[in-house]
Design a protein around this ligand. Sequence first.
Ligand SMILES: Cc1ncc(COP(=O)(O)O)c(C=O)c1O
Length: 283
Amino acid sequence: MQFAAIPLNLLGDKTSADYLNTGMWSKKAIAEAKRYCDVNLAADTSDNGFTTVPTQAELKLNPDAAYVHYVANETIGGVEFDYIPETGDVPLIADMSSTILSRPVDVSKFAMIYAGAQKNIGPAGLCIVIIREDLLGKAAAQTPTLLNYETHATNGSMYNTPPTYSWYMAGLVFEWIKERGGLKAMGEINGRKAAKLYAAIDDSDFYANPVTKANRSWMNVPFTLADADLDAAFLEGAAEQGLITLKGHRSVGGMRASIYNAMPEEGVDALVAYMQAFERTQG
Ligand SMILES: Cc1ncc(COP(=O)(O)O)c(C=O)c1O
């Protein structure tokens, strides 16, 4: 819904928007935007199988674009931007669904940040939009009332009945994060979790992750086994130890460990220990 709401709300009198294509979610955002405007692919890493993000110098930005859209963390590919793109006066929009609240972020650099709740915020059914106030009020005439950001901004996000349970739970999650020391503390824990898991992958000849080191996701860690025939045995043994939902996304195969805020460091330690034991006995 946001993929459509963005062009509807933010094109104004412009006809073109810049999109960075770094994976599956970028592609979906682009396909939807194409229904409303010309999409300029300011970067496209499909050639390298979405294993890097483009550098700032590689971005082919159109100074007349209505906005620049990118996906800060590609959930399926496990590829994450290690910098915030500089777009001058052109509003910068980020889909942060799978990285928001994983560490501090400089919100002032963005015109809009949006994120589905179901990773680091709370239960599904809620999407958070943070938008600069000067961007409100220029939605296209055909924009459905409920897709118009101004509707939500001027009605305390309660123009319609909000998903009250998800909203309440999100509040509890925010309190939980604050009690643990806020995003700075979350960032320290998450940085350690990711470092441990990638180290286990890199230190072994049996496990592999194709993503350039600087662009590896802190939240979603895809990895493959040297012999895909062992995937089923790996998953079965893992489940026996309570390590579940490790099967990779159907489009990429292999494994994917999603280590969102709710996953404690001990969970990553347990996965690393299991991976090492599996390699010793079956690798
Ligand atoms: C980066 C990103 N964007 C968008 C979505 C879509 O979210 P939803 O399934 O809530 O529409 C997801 C879902 O996994 C995602 O990871």
